[in-house]
Write a protein that binds this ligand. Sequence first.
Ligand SMILES: Cc1ncc(COP(=O)(O)O)c(C=O)c1O
Length: 399
Amino acid sequence: MRTAIPQPFSGYLEALREAGLDRRPVAVLDLDAVAANVTDLGRRAAGKPLRLASKSLRSRPVLERVLADPAFSGLLCFTLAEALWLAEEGLSDLVIGYPTADAEGLRELAGSDEARGAITLMIDSLEQLDFIDAAAPGHPEVRVALELDASYRPGPGLMIGAARSPQHSAGELATLASAVVRRPGFRLVGLMAYEGQIAGVGNAGRSVRAAAVRAMQAASARELAVRRAEAVAAVRLVAELEFVNGGGTGSIESTGAEASVTEIAAGSGVYGPGLFDHYTHFSPRHALHFGLDVVRRPAPGIATVLGGGWVASGAPGPDRLPTVAWPRKVHFRGTEGAGEVQTPLVGEGASALQVGDVVWFRHAKAGELCERVNELALFQGGAIVGTAPTYRGEGKAFL
Ligand SMILES: Cc1ncc(COP(=O)(O)O)c(C=O)c1O
């Protein structure tokens, strides 16, 4: 017997058919879920502005929709090429969250007053300033922000968190800040520190691992609050900072509680991907799904969908695979995983699947799905109300 398909998945298919979008692969963005997630991110930020992490959305109309909410202000971009494009499209307050070695882009930045007004480059050493000077000799003043390392170092040789900036202590960052303000062609306007070990690591559950993660995150938050405040105070002695950015979707509460932080970065919480299923203090709605067709039945207990190997970046492991959202009790085959062109699915729920059925998935990470599809079908109030191009759909492949 076949179980009736529950909402939202049955609603998706009917609505897609009505909208003439009855083809797979398809990505569906539930705008009601997006609205609920945006509201919840704002509630968690408790009045501190949220800077929207564009890499976690990768669709210009969706970025604009979220930015219309008063809780959000400005974008945290991921490449210079992206920021230059967004500036041309009329967006402003574009902080690039990562250093760049895009010489052509730097020349473009140097040549545009509008772009230089809108874009802030991220640096963590003088080497990057040398690169900018060599790429665009005699360039007019460009806005730069300094990145402070936010990793947790509980003992010699131990580093928990992303390997990002070499500037770990307040003193190190202050030395760099003094050198930047002395250097012609640069204006120091901001500071950023991203505590990925708190913001990006799920901590829910009763396992020993989950308890250890919670303990590490609490200790790291305490340590970082002190170090970040010292670094901000030291840098403020030599430069007037417009912003101090920290955190991400998973750390809004702890980052926002720090008086020295003026804004919090967040993006993934808008879509609510698989890696954000396991946090104690928030549960985003699952706003973004992709659907694939069942195309064959290799054996009674196996149903194969076309495509599916949309595996997330990061340290490889099962948590990087998509999540099967519907039907229930369906999982990947251990020997094949999620395949490039076909994905055999097994489990109790796979037996009932027939050719032409649709299996719904979620990506493990928020923005990466948008590198696989040209558009998102926008679902609202039970109907498809339009489509939004992804960056890829606008012909833009930044990373
Ligand atoms: C600098 C920086 N800030 C914030 C974030 C958090 O983004 P999200 O809210 O999408 O997890 C990231 C994600 O990697 C990041 O690199």
